[in-house]
Design a protein around this ligand. Structure first.
Ligand code: URA
Ligand code: SF4
Length: 227
């Protein structure tokens, strides 16, 4: 009993954003992608590691020229430990192929590396990460950029966009045109930065065909094949 109340007290005392240290202390300096993926298992930079099954780091060949950034792992990604293996990932692969990009050639990652969800008993329902959780996780994204040095970065949806450009970023007004990499991000500067819709938004859309075509058109720009 005593230990249980201690546990619940310590959980409560760490429930405020400022009580979490952020990922930086777990990120090995100068690490390659494999070392980053191993190190991320230890990360306790925010509260999300306490509820998820496992960390989901980026995945793809170390020579990938295109980095795709999503929001956070979903239910299936949390179970398998791999990004974009669920329904959104399948749609993304279809869109990449339609844009002339070999899906296996790209590096896929997320703004946040642990699954955030609401437990509805038999179902874990996706909940977007809070802004502070995106900020606490940003050192991993910066380290992936440093290790991969992609020439093109595609930001899939608002959370990825906000992870790079800040909380005012909106996909609607920015999508499909080259954006300026913010100097505040530091690290290697990609040649091309684009934002587009998140594949989950396309999946949910009532005009799915149109939105899929728009996603493909944006990805074509990323591939160097303008519309
Ligand atoms: N949605 C994301 O943003 N990332 C994934 O890895 C899967 C679904
Ligand atoms: Fe660390 Fe990011 Fe997971 Fe938070 S979400 S524990 S910062 S890897």
């Amino acid at each position: 009993m005593a230990s249980r109340s201690t546990t619940s007290r310590s959980t409560t005392s760490r429930s405020t954003p400022s009580s979490w240290p952020g990922a930086q202390a777990w990120v090995p300096p100068g690490a390659d992608l494999d070392d980053l993926a191993s190190a991320a298992h230890e990360c306790r930079g925010c509260d999300l590691s306490e509820h998820a099954t496992q960390v989901v780091m980026g995945s793809g060949p170390p020579q990938a020229r295109i980095m795709l950034v999503g929001e956070q792992p979903g239910d299936q990604e949390d179970r398998t430990g791999e990004p974009f293996v669920g329904p959104a990932g399948r749609l993304l692969d279809d869109a990449l192929e339609a844009a002339g990009i070999e899906p296996a050639s790209v590096y896929r990652t997320n703004a946040v590396k642990h699954f955030r969800f609401v437990d509805r008993g038999h179902k874990r329902v996706h909940k977007s990460p809070a802004r502070w959780q995106v900020a606490k996780c940003q050192p991993w994204l910066l380290a992936e950029l440093e290790a991969l040095r992609p020439s093109t970065v595609v930001l899939l949806g608002a959370t990825a966009g906000q992870a790079v450009f800040g909380s005012k970023f909106r996909v609607g007004t920015s999508r499909g045109t080259p954006l300026d990499w913010p100097t505040t991000m530091g690290g290697p500067m990609p040649h091309l930065v684009l934002a587009t819709a998140h594949p989950s938004a396309v999946l949910r859309s009532r005009q799915r065909d149109e939105d899929f075509a728009a996603l493909v058109a944006d990805l074509r720009l990323a591939a160097g094949h303008p519309r």
